[in-house]
Design a binder for this molecule. Sequence first.
Ligand code: NDP
Length: 218
Amino acid sequence: TVPLELTLVVAATARDMGIGANGGLPWTGLRKEMAYFARVTKRGDGNAVIMGRKTWDSIPPKFRPLRGRLNVVISRSFAPGLPKDPADGPDASPVEASSLEMALEYLRRAKVDSAAESANSRGGRVFVIGGAQIYGAALRLVEARRVLLTRVVSDFSCDTFFPLALGTTSVAADKTADAPTWVQRSRAEHAAWIGEEVPDGVQTEGETQYEFQMWERV
Ligand code: NDP
């Protein structure tokens, strides 16, 4: 069978891969960047977003669960074992998993409504949307194949960091022999995978500059 494939989605500062400050995002007002995140994670049917409990808490209650995607939240306080189906349909409450491995096991076994051949039996894409602890857990798994990185060129002071340096020279690269190699894909490859054009070059919203990138493990 095709292994279930994980795509990490993150916005991180170019200088030091900063992703968070004081329990929230370091920046505000990146409306188009958030719209990109929403489109990409919703496109197609049956997608899932996996997040840590602190990231779930950081989402304003009126915006969660994130609409149009199966939300899976990971916390050590949740019951061990295979998560239960959410109570009121896929959009009403999140799936509660006690580990990332249990979240993936749930997605592998989850009810299929199409005859998709994917190892994710729900047929959709599986996105890991943070925060740092859950990105770290995901990057230790062979299933982590891809990172959709919004590289924030403007600098922000952060207290939470993406645990992998992608094109960032000021963060020491992992030099261990069996460490996977990550390569940046072309804009055309990126567009083909997300199913829409990728805005070219550095984008500006307010005073913040950023760039959309796709990296894959080789
Ligand atoms: P996480 O969102 O990764 O959540 C951490 C929690 O997840 C832990 O407290 C624990 O929950 C649970 N958890 C972690 N590891 C495990 C495990 N192995 N097994 C079971 N449960 C586990 O928190 P972070 O603090 O790392 O990141 C949050 C920050 O990241 C915020 O500032 C947020 O705004 C930012 N962020 C930024 C993003 C970006 O793209 N820039 C994207 C997402 C978040 P419990 O304590 O309940 O047991």
